[in-house]
Design a protein around this ligand. Structure first.
Ligand SMILES: Nc1nc2c(ncn2[C@@H]2O[C@H](COP(=O)(O)OP(=O)(O)OP(=O)(O)O)[C@@H](O)[C@H]2O)c(=O)[nH]1
Ligand SMILES: [Mg+2]
Length: 300
């Protein structure tokens, strides 16, 4: 008689401080560039669902904004997104860095994790940046500070330790049927990812504090019969001076952003894309709840 291994399905939230590599990890696990990545903090803004499919299991991952507390409506929105991800999931994966300031455990976030009573694993990311002998003391110290079920060293960037991490996560998932079709990678619409890929190019090409006050609004998204996808996107900034920087001398900057974004969009959508971008000033939108809502940052 053979006993079949039951199918496991569950929700896993990836949480942690800004810039620790949450989105890089999600992309590596899914082998898809689903969530935008940047060396600057506060890149991810929405809770992004990424679906991992393998024989015998389906994991529904939430990538979340980095947990950080600040005064603006946008800061509060980002923090709420991170905190709400610590409820109604089967497992919480906390991510820290292997060295530097973000190797410390994010205490306020861990208090929420503790209250949730949801099992938590810790992944220590960016182990490619430290000497191996430093790893064990770090793992021991984190184990003393919080009752993580398991602590796993990984490098999301280099793909190290990910099989072990996946195996550990699967052990904590409940038995249950597959919830989404096996070829689906997210529940978010393509136009959401279009906006994100454009915002990623703004983050990469524009310096200083400007990207933090930037949102992207997809005004039209149409696929023509011949397969060409026509996209019109407004890049929203807070000030006229920021608009000047984004447009650049003779429109050079906005052209560079548009061309790079179009390339990424064509890869993501697997088809030709016509992209028109323009810059619009909306004063103090990061302080306004109604504007946040308008630009796609919905609570809940
Ligand atoms: N050396 C090294 N760098 C990494 C690793 N994982 C991520 N990074 C880099 O860390 C930076 C931040 O990565 P993200 O994935 O955007 O981090 P995040 O936690 O999603 O950041 P927010 O969305 O802003 O909270 C990027 O420059 C990544 O390339 C890693 O394992 N090793
Ligand atoms: Mg991110």
């Amino acid at each position: 008689m053979t006993t079949e291994t039951p199918f496991r399905t569950g929700f896993v939230s990836i949480v942690g401080s800004p810039n620790v590599g949450k989105s890089t990890l999600l992309n590596q696990l899914l082998k898809q560039r689903l969530s935008i990545v940047c060396k600057k903090p506060q890149t991810t803004r929405n809770r992004i669902l990424g679906i991992y499919n393998a024989p015998g299991c389906q994991i529904l991952f939430f990538d979340t904004p980095g947990f950080h507390q600040g005064p603006k409506a946008l800061d509060r929105f980002l923090t709420n997104q991170a905190l709400s991800a610590c409820a109604n999931v089967d497992l919480i994966l906390v991510l820290v860095e292997s060295c530097g300031e973000r190797s410390r455990l994010p205490q306020p976030l861990l208090e929420v994790v503790a209250q949730s009573r949801i099992p938590a694993l810790l992944a220590i990311n960016k182990i490619d940046l430290i000497e191996r002998p430093r790893l064990l003391p770090l793992m021991e110290s984190h184990a003393r500070d919080f009752p993580f079920r398991e602590i796993l060293p990984v490098s999301a960037l280099k793909g190290e330790g990910l099989d072990e991490l996946l195996a550990a996560m699967i052990r904590f998932l409940p038995e249950g049927p597959q919830l989404y079709p096996g070829d689906m990678i997210s529940d978010l619409p393509e136009r959401f990812f279009a906006g994100e890929l454009i915002r990623e190019q703004v983050l990469k090409n524009v310096h200083a504090e400007i990207p933090y006050g930037t949102a992207v609004c997809i005004e039209t998204f149409n696929e023509r019969d011949d397969g060409l996808v026509m996209i019109e996107a407004a890049i929203i900034v807070e000030r006229e001076s920021h608009k000047k920087v984004l447009v650049g001398h003779n429109g050079q900057m906005i052209r560079r952003i548009g061309e790079a974004a179009r390339g990424q969009l064509e890869k993501f959508l697997g088809t030709r894309v016509f992209l028109k971008t323009f810059v619009r000033v909306e004063k103090k939108w990061t302080r306004s709840m109604s504007k946040l809502d308008e630009f796609g940052y919905h609570e809940g």
